[in-house]
Write a protein that binds this ligand. Structure first.
Ligand code: PLP
Length: 354
């Protein structure tokens, strides 16, 4: 079924590949030659086409621009040692996009388009996949309300698009976090668990304020009492205290990270005691004070593992242990990297190979 959905293909007449400096990619600046565009109208997906990457024409009344029905995903492709293309658990991103779509009153995207279309697109632009260590091809599937209509109700038309672009490392240095106990990004009963544009918009103001004070990211806390830690701007958060791996329980307010889920599986396999539960700010701060916190790190597709260097709370800056002592996060990074490059056995069938 996946490969039989009819996808029309129009290839570019002039590839831009030659203009790219693969040694200076940065993140999110360079886009590959092609994109996939699917349209939803009258209750069904009516077309799906791969075409040259380029600007879209749109009405100023486009519903997504006014009322925010917009969801997205993020994945990465790379070459394995034996020359295949690998993508890490894309089926989980598809499931999450269907979940986000339902929460935002948007249509489910069929697997034939999400996975089948992605495969076809990546194969066509395979020369855009970087071969430099640490670099990969970032894949951005997204969907938005495309009906030209003013009024607060779900749109009746949608566009689903996948475009890609070669990227370098997301974070170049360990991150400095601020525990955010004033502003909120999401709320109980809200849309924090959906990967939707508004959540990121809500995070910008506090994030910019924090950056002025030297913090790369905010560690968000629950909006009602700010007593419990939730997640970081674009990553889930995990803590190691001795043999314990602790991470906040998923709910309405936390994104179901694919990396988070994978790392919990690895932690169990490696004999750690995994605790998915509510985590009090006070417990984290106490652990930082008395040095029982061995590691804090963010987990997400873009960064994979981001070591946390310092955590700021209530006018105090807590320093985390040296990076070479981060036995768990370092092992996670090493394992997931080797897995993606096909250097170790894929025992959980996490890779889609093209
Ligand atoms: C808010 C948020 N939390 C967590 C994550 C990590 O999710 P994943 O591991 O699926 O990339 C992301 C990135 O997608 C994110 O944007």
């Amino acid at each position: 079924m996946i490969d039989t959905f009819l996808i029309e293909v129009e290839t570019t007449k002039q590839s831009r590949l030659e203009t790219v400096d693969f040694n200076d990619l940065g993140f999110g600046r360079i886009f590959s030659d092609h994109m996939l565009v699917a349209d939803y109208k009258d209750g069904q997906w009516v077309s799906c086409k791969i075409m040259p990457y380029g600007d879209l024409q749109m009405s100023p009344a486009l519903a997504a621009l006014h009322y925010g029905q917009s969801i997205f995903e993020g994945l990465k492709a790379q070459y394995t040692e034996d020359g295949d293309i690998s993508i890490f658990r894309p089926w989980e991103n598809h499931k999450r996009m269907v979940f986000s779509a339902e929460r935002m009153c948007m249509p489910a995207i069929p697997e034939e388009i999400f996975i089948g279309g992605m495969k076809q697109l990546i194969e066509l632009d395979k020369n855009w996949i970087p071969k430099q260590a640490g670099s990969s091809l970032y894949i951005r599937p997204f969907m938005f309300a495309s009906e030209p209509f003013l009024g607060v109700r779900p749109s009746q038309e949608y566009k689903f698009i996948i475009f890609t672009g070669p990227v370098g490392n997301y974070y170049s240095e360990p991150v400095k976090l601020n525990i955010q106990t004033h502003y909120s990004r999401v709320a109980q009963g809200g849309i924090g668990c959906a990967k939707t544009a508004g959540n990121y918009a809500a995070s910008l103001y506090p994030a910019v304020q924090g950056q002025k004070n030297g913090y790369h990211q905010q560690l968000w806390t629950n909006s009602e009492t700010h007593e419990y830690i939730e997640e970081v701007g674009t990553m889930n958060i995990m803590i190691r205290m001795g043999n314990k791996i602790i991470t906040p329980t998923l709910g309405d307010t936390i994104l179901r990270g694919v990396t988070r889920d994978s790392v919990l599986t690895l932690a169990k396999e490696w004999g750690y005691d995994v605790e998915e539960r509510k985590v009090k700010v006070a417990e984290l701060v106490e652990g930082l004070r008395n040095n029982t916190v061995d590691e804090v790190f963010g987990l997400g597709t873009a960064a994979v593992v981001a070591h946390v260097k310092t955590i700021h709370h209530d006018d105090t800056e807590y320093q985390l242990p040296a990076l070479e002592k981060r036995e768990f996060a370092n092992k996670v990074l090493d394992t997931l990297t080797k897995l993606k490059y096909g250097q170790i056995e894929d025992k959980y069938n996490w890779l889609m190979r093209i």
